[in-house]
Design a protein around this ligand. Structure first.
Ligand SMILES: *Cc1c(COP(=O)(O)O)cnc(C)c1O
Length: 217
């Protein structure tokens, strides 16, 4: 796979879902990938990247940002409140808003800093105990709470259980977003981004299908 293959598959999925070309943003998930692979994707002109950890992003991206114009970074992984300020300064969007305490911290910092990244509320659609995110039944209340804090709510995000048909989870996320008037849907990864696009994904988060397998060793 390569960046151009993935872009082609996204375009085909948009077309067969009857969606406008370019209506799905491709977040290239560069976490753990070696620099040269990230650089190759930058050299092909891609500028939107996703990282899981504030620390890792802070170590690698400032150097790339000196050399390449227009890079946008999205945070996808869990955010500790003590890293929230750094995250708000580095990322254009946070896809992992998953608890009221973090919402309150972001709201306070947004006042201080004078701006806030676009926020996606993470929903634990599979109700998995080990997974971050609010339960589907709590989502409406949490969206309202975030809006009361004046946070810029862009949409919802989910990571379906590995052993279940993701389309059901994507459809559930789309339904919760629609009834809350949220337009953003961050869903779909290397194995299922076409199915996510069929269910209305506005942001697909694709890592290994672009960069190759991650080596955690
Ligand atoms: C790692 C990760 C991805 C990308 O996963 P791939 O299967 O490599 O495409 C997407 N979203 C989140 C939240 C991730 O942690």
């Amino acid at each position: 796979m390569s960046l151009s293959d993935i872009k082609e598959r996204i375009a085909r999925a948009e077309a067969s879902a009857g969606r406008a070309p370019g209506s799905t943003a491709l977040v290239a998930v560069s976490k753990v990938q070696p620099r040269d692979r990230v650089e190759a994707v930058l050299d092909q002109g891609h500028r939107l990247f996703g990282e899981n950890r504030v620390q890792e992003a802070a170590e690698r991206w400032p150097a790339f940002q000196e050399r390449y114009e227009g890079i946008a970074l999205h945070l996808l992984g869990p955010l500790q409140t003590n890293k929230a300020r750094q995250a708000m300064e580095m990322f254009q969007a946070i896809h992992s808003l998953d608890r009221p305490k973090l919402a309150r911290t972001l709201a306070r910092l947004a006042q201080e800093i004078g701006r806030c990244p676009d926020l996606f509320l993470q929903v634990n659609t599979g109700e998995e105990p080990q997974k971050a995110g609010v339960l589907p039944a709590e989502a409406d209340g949490f969206v309202a709470e975030c809006r009361a804090l004046d946070l810029p709510m862009r949409g919802l995000m989910c990571i379906p259980p590995v052993d279940e048909e993701p389309s059901l989870h994507f459809a559930l996320l789309a339904k919760i977003a629609a009834r809350n008037g949220l337009s953003g849907l961050s869903m779909g990864m290397s194995g299922d981004f076409e199915r996510a696009i069929a269910q209305g994904a506005t942001h697909v988060r694709v890592g290994s299908a672009i960069f190759g397998e991650r080596d955690y060793g």
